[in-house]
Design a protein around this ligand. Structure first.
Ligand code: ADP
Ligand code: MG
Length: 403
């Protein structure tokens, strides 16, 4: 697999798929981590004398919901909001913006680009064909460039025009395609969690968070790779219900109950579920907040309990590799943060383990509680890092770069 450092692109136009899907509020950037993470690749290409065309998606645009919804999505997720900040991150570099994603004016703007200059294109999702990997759209974007670099790890599990169609076409034309430095780093770290070596055992995975339907399928793969899987967060209740427990008003994926039951059978003791929980009458008036082994009617589980914290700390002792995705509770509220803090701390304090966080909210929690720097790798892609494990390291946006 070629990496951006291997490319000879002096005087060439290079199309770079970055992940500039930053959180915005009223057009203000709330967190520029993803932009900063793309800078090494951009600078490398500029130093090599290339002109750089950047393209990325930004937020969601609901093309199926009619004109009003599309207009609203476009106003909210206009890539133009990022131009000035990008320019400030690249002092001395001429950074411009092109609102057109197709047609003559885009072509002319790209042709006028000089070596050492950067052009940021409009949000790729303004085009309905982006997420459908529309071949005409991919062809038009591919025609802009002499080479392509994939540096958007967070969307590398998607087969979209910008992540898959474009490099596929350029590769077929014999033009160079490569991975950027950010994706290279992600692949190196996450491959270790996929192809597990003996020296990385015991290997413990910790799953939590809220997006159960996205995450529960990864358990199958993790059962084959890990020595233990600790489950917290909202996923707990689907498993508890599968075991016949009354989980009250806790979130449950009812269509996953059979799958959860099967996982528990096949796990042969590898899956560790919470033994107690912090429960509330959340949607009433918060009069109840207590530790409870069972959840029970009318109540909702919000965090793992103190016995579970001890159990998880015990299970983590001696671990040589840890993959963590998803907070243990509703950590945004201090009453329900103890489980997430304890788990983050226990992982952070492992003396010589390789430790990975693969989820946006888990990474935010680790940062908020001051443990982020203690992890070996914090992935920029939650969904992508899970799919990397699920697919044994074969993400379409990365595989397409392979020679
Ligand atoms: P990540 O971004 O790390 O992959 P998710 O997006 O799946 O994690 O989930 C994060 C959210 O899960 C947090 O906002 C947290 O409040 C929520 N959460 C965790 N535990 C529970 C629970 N028991 N009930 C409801 N929400 C929960
Ligand atoms: Mg999340």
């Amino acid at each position: 697999m070629k990496i951006v450092r291997d490319l000879d692109v002096k005087g060439k136009r290079v199309l770079v798929r970055v992940d500039f899907n930053v959180p915005l509020k009223d057009g203000e950037i709330r967190d520029d981590n993803r932009m900063v993470a793309a800078l090494p690749t951009i600078k490398e290409l500029l130093n090599k004398g290339a002109s750089v065309i950047l393209f990325s998606h930004l937020g969601k645009i609901k093309h199926k919901d009619g004109e009003e919804a599309i207009k609203e999505g476009k106003t909210k997720n206009n890539m133009q909001y990022l131009v000035d900040h990008l320019a400030s991150l690249l002092p001395g570099v001429n950074v411009s913006f092109c609102n057109d994603l197709r047609g003559k004016s885009l072509k002319e703007t790209v042709s006028a680009l000089k070596p050492g200059e950067v052009l940021l294109m409009q949000n790729t999702r303004y085009e309905a064909g982006e997420q459908k990997n529309d071949p005409e759209l991919a062809k038009e974007w591919a025609s802009l460039a002499d080479a392509y670099v994939m540096d958007a790890f967070g969307t590398s599990h998607r087969k979209h025009a910008s992540t898959y169609g474009v490099p596929e076409i350029l590769k077929a034309q014999g033009k160079p395609v490569a991975l950027g430095f950010l994706v290279e780093k992600e692949v190196q770290a996450l491959s270790r969690c996929v192809d597990v070596k003996d020296e990385d055992r015991p290997y413990v995975a910790i799953l939590g968070g809220l997006k159960v339907s996205d995450k529960i399928q990864v358990i199958d793969s993790l059962l084959k790779k890990c020595d233990k899987i600790l489950i917290g967060g909202a996923m707990t209740y689907t498993f508890k219900k599968a075991l016949g427990e009354d989980v009250g008003i806790s979130p449950v994926e009812d269509d996953q109950l059979d799958y959860a039951r099967r996982c528990l059978e096949e796990a042969d003791g590898k899956i560790i579920l919470p033994v107690d929980n912090i429960v509330t009458d959340a949607f009433k008036d918060w009069t109840i907040k207590k530790v409870s082994k069972e959840i029970g009617p009318g109540l909702e589980g919000m965090d793992i309990g103190p016995e579970t914290i001890k159990l998880f700390q015990e299970e983590l002792k001696g671990a040589k590799m840890v993959f963590w995705n998803g907070p243990m509770g509703v950590f945004e509220q201090s009453d329900f943060a103890a489980g997430t803090i304890a788990v983050a701390e226990a992982i952070a304090n492992l003396p010589d383990a390789f430790t990975v966080i693969g989820g946006g909210d888990s990474a935010a929690a680790a940062a908020q509680f001051g443990f982020k720097d203690d992890f070996s790798h914090v992935s920029t892609g939650g969904g992508a890092s899970l799919e990397m494990i699920e697919t044994d390291g074969k993400l379409p946006g990365i595989e397409v770069i392979r020679d």
